[in-house]
Ligand binder design. Structure first.
Ligand SMILES: [Zn+2]
Length: 200
């Protein structure tokens, strides 16, 4: 524990020793590009590429705390205007995957975004659905949401302007499913992601 605290901080992407307090070393920061054009209402901190590829992978699949902390700092770039947001909600992991992985990357990023915007974060307001066993317990309304992409939103999001947060925007299907679930309870959404893939 003490040794970990005393060790000099290292770049979470390449392991290079950091001389200043930063998310990544200068060389890795140089590999980050601004995001590509995204659908209206969607913002991204960066394009998915360069050092972000190994960073996201290390945080997501290897559970590396240093990579997650770096991602939490980077996701605060290019945030949408605070005045247009009532609350921040992560695009949730399905419970089975959460159990396998032990932590929820989107929830960690949403918490970082909420802190930066000084907006409330509702970590469990969106539920991803997959299993038919879970579906059987839902009412007709929720089952329709499953048809639109396996997501159910809490009624507390009714009338709220919700900022959805996820790690990587690829096709946008996950965010669309989350947005339609929020719309189904009368909320409005925009989205912010750490990184967006460049088409083609
Ligand atoms: Zn580096």
């Amino acid at each position: 524990m003490w040794l970990a605290l005393l060790a000099p901080p290292c770049c979470a992407a390449c392991g290079e020793r950091l001389r200043i307090d930063a998310a990544l070393c200068a060389a890795c920061l140089e590999t980050l590009d601004p995001p590509p054009r995204l659908p209206a209402g969607t913002t991204a901190a960066f394009a998915f590429g360069g050092a972000l590829v190994s960073l996201v992978h290390a945080a997501k699949y290897r559970g590396r705390g240093d990579a997650m902390r770096a991602a939490e700092r980077l996701v605060r770039e290019r945030l949408p205007p605070r005045a247009e947001i009532d609350c921040v909600v992560p695009v949730g992991l399905h419970r089975t995957r959460l159990a396998e992985r032990g932590f929820d990357q989107a929830a960690r990023l949403a918490t970082a975004v909420g802190e930066a915007l000084e907006a409330p974060v509702f970590v469990s307001a969106l539920t991803r659905l997959r299993s038919t066993a879970q579906l059987a317990k839902l009412d007709a309304h929720a089952r329709r949401a499953e048809g639109e992409g396996a997501c159910v939103a809490s009624p507390r999001l009714s009338g709220q302007r919700v900022l959805l947060v996820d790690d990587v925007h690829t096709t946008g299907a996950t965010l669309r499913a989350a947005a339609s679930a929020v719309a189904a309870v009368g909320g409005h959404t925009r989205a912010h992601v750490l990184a967006a893939t460049v088409a083609g």
